[in-house]
Design a binder for this molecule. Structure first.
Ligand SMILES: *[C@@H]1O[C@H](CO)[C@@H](O)[C@H](O)[C@H]1NC(C)=O
Length: 213
């Protein structure tokens, strides 16, 4: 009887130990020294993970809006914030100076939630049926931009506007339409053909945005 009890205890102990070592993977902090993959970055060794991997202080500071769009996006995506790897979530800070704009753009990999924390933002998106949805958002108000759709944000007040934007991906991606058309080497005749714009307008925008050809 004592023998049987000892065996049972041993078996339970073994079961506990084996289930403890095969526990679910709680997180996969990105090993940024490795390459990104469609499934995310490989995981940093758990013994190397620290609290700092789950904290990002970069959004405490305003972004530099001294640029052509008078706006700054400070990302806390997986590349900056390895703790979000594999969690399907990330965040960024948006600063838009008076007169500034985040030009028409998409995030191919994520839906976006925008929370205004200062100032007023006129924002909107266009769906694939070309319906337009716009709103003027004050502090505390929220707008959602569905994944992949073209959208924009414009400062609609006299002071710098600030927003916190969250994404349904640790790596949402960003493509700005005007930059894709006019800030690269796509030849002007091709740009004219695919946009219906005239040569003078295309050349002007390439000059402004740093494109060639
Ligand atoms: C902001 O960016 C501009 C243009 O690149 C630069 O001249 C300026 O020094 C920057 N300001 C700060 C505070 O970093």
């Amino acid at each position: 009887m004592a023998q049987a009890t000892a065996t049972t205890v041993t078996l339970l102990l073994l079961l506990f130990l084996s289930s403890a070592s095969a526990s679910v993977q709680d997180y996969c902090v990105a090993d940024l020294s490795a390459a990104d993959t469609p499934a995310g970055y490989p995981c940093k060794k758990v013994t190397k993970v620290t609290s700092a991997d789950f904290v990002f202080a970069g959004l405490t500071m305003a972004g530099n809006t001294s640029n052509i769009i008078k706006a700054a996006v400070t990302p806390a995506f997986v590349g900056q914030f390895p703790g979000v790897n594999g969690l399907g979530i990330s965040v960024a800070r948006l600063d838009i100076a008076p007169g500034g704009v985040v030009p028409l753009h998409t995030h191919p990999g994520a839906s976006e939630l925008l929370v205004v924390t200062q100032g007023v933002i006129y924002a909107g998106f266009v769906d694939t049926a070309n319906n337009v949805y716009v709103a003027t958002l004050k502090k505390g108000e929220v707008m959602v931009f569905p994944q992949g759709l073209l959208h924009f944000q414009i400062n609609a007040g006299g002071v710098t506007a600030v927003a916190i934007v969250t994404f349904s991906s640790s790596n949402p991606g960003l493509q700005i339409t005007s930059f894709a058309l006019f800030a690269n080497s796509l030849p002007s005749p091709v740009v004219e053909k695919v946009t219906f714009l005239d040569d003078a307008e295309v050349k002007k925008l390439k000059k402004v945005l740093g494109g060639t050809g």
